[in-house]
Design a protein around this ligand. Sequence first.
Ligand SMILES: Nc1ncnc2c1ncn2[C@@H]1O[C@H](COP(=O)(O)OP(=O)(O)O)[C@@H](O)[C@H]1O
Ligand SMILES: [Mg+2]
Length: 261
Amino acid sequence: MEEIKKHAHHTTAGDNSLAKDAATRVLSLVSHKLKTPLSIINGYSETILAELKPGEMSNFSIKALEDINKQGEKLSILIDKLVRFANISDLLPEDLQKKEINVRKIFSEVSSKCILRDDSITITSSDNTIRDRAPNVEIKCDNDTKIYADGALLSIALEELVDNAIRFNNNVNKKLRLFYYEDQGKDILAVADNGVGIREQHIGKIFHKFYQVDDFFTGQIEGWGLGLALVKRIMNLHGGNITVRSQYGVGTIISLVFPKQ
Ligand SMILES: Nc1ncnc2c1ncn2[C@@H]1O[C@H](COP(=O)(O)OP(=O)(O)O)[C@@H](O)[C@H]1O
Ligand SMILES: [Mg+2]
C-alpha cells in the first residue's frame, strides 16, 4: 500500500471532484486518528494475555480481555480498509503502474490468500464440524494468459470479489470459480460463487459507497460496504468496467472487463 500512498493526488478541478476530495480527506483523517488509540487497546490487551500467569485472573476477566483484543483486531482491519479506500480514491489513471500480469498466477495467489484468512470462512453455526471448511476453488485460465494492468490494484479488486464470494454464502460446500475469457476484444476476469445471490432491486446499488444489502439472512454483515465501490474505482482507473449477473438463492458472477492494450 505504500506505493499507492506515495502516488496519492489531490484533485482540484471542478466542483464535483472538490467535494469528493474533501470527503476522501475526512475519511483518511478519521481513520488515521482512530489508529493510535486502537493500537493501544490491541497492544495492551495482547500483552496482558501473553503475560498472564495461572490463577491470576478470573475466567470472566480473561474472556473479556480476549473479546476486547479480538474486536480491536477486527476494528483495525476495518480501519485499514477505510485508509485503503481513501488512498485509491485519490489515484489518477496516470498513477497506475501497469505491466503484464499472468492471470492464472494472480487468480491462485488471491484465492489462497483469501481462504487462509480464517475468520472469513467461519460459518455461523452451532455445528463445529462445518466450521472452517475450505471452499472448493476452480481456476479456469491458460497458463500463459496475460493482461496489462496494475498488479497491486488488480489483486485488491480480486480479493474483494473472492472475499464477498466466500462471505455471502451459507453453503457448507462453498464453490468458487475464477475464470478468464475473451469477449469482443476485451479481457474478462470473473469470480463466480454458489452463494446467496443478489436480488434485482439491489444490483444497481451494490456499487454505491457504504451500501450493504441489509436483509442478508445470516447476520454476518461486517465490513463497510466499500468493497465493490473500490473495485469499480479500480476498473474505471483501468478504463474498464464491472458487470454482475446474479440469481437470488443460486449464486453470483462478477466480471472485470479490461480493454485490450
Ligand atoms: N458474491 C456476492 N453474493 C451475494 N451478495 C453479494 C456478493 N458480493 C456483494 N454482495 C452484496 O453487496 C454488498 C456490497 O458489497 P461490498 O461493497 O463488497 O461490501 P461489504 O462486503 O463490505 O458488505 C454486500 O453487503 C452484499 O450484500
Ligand atoms: Mg465486500
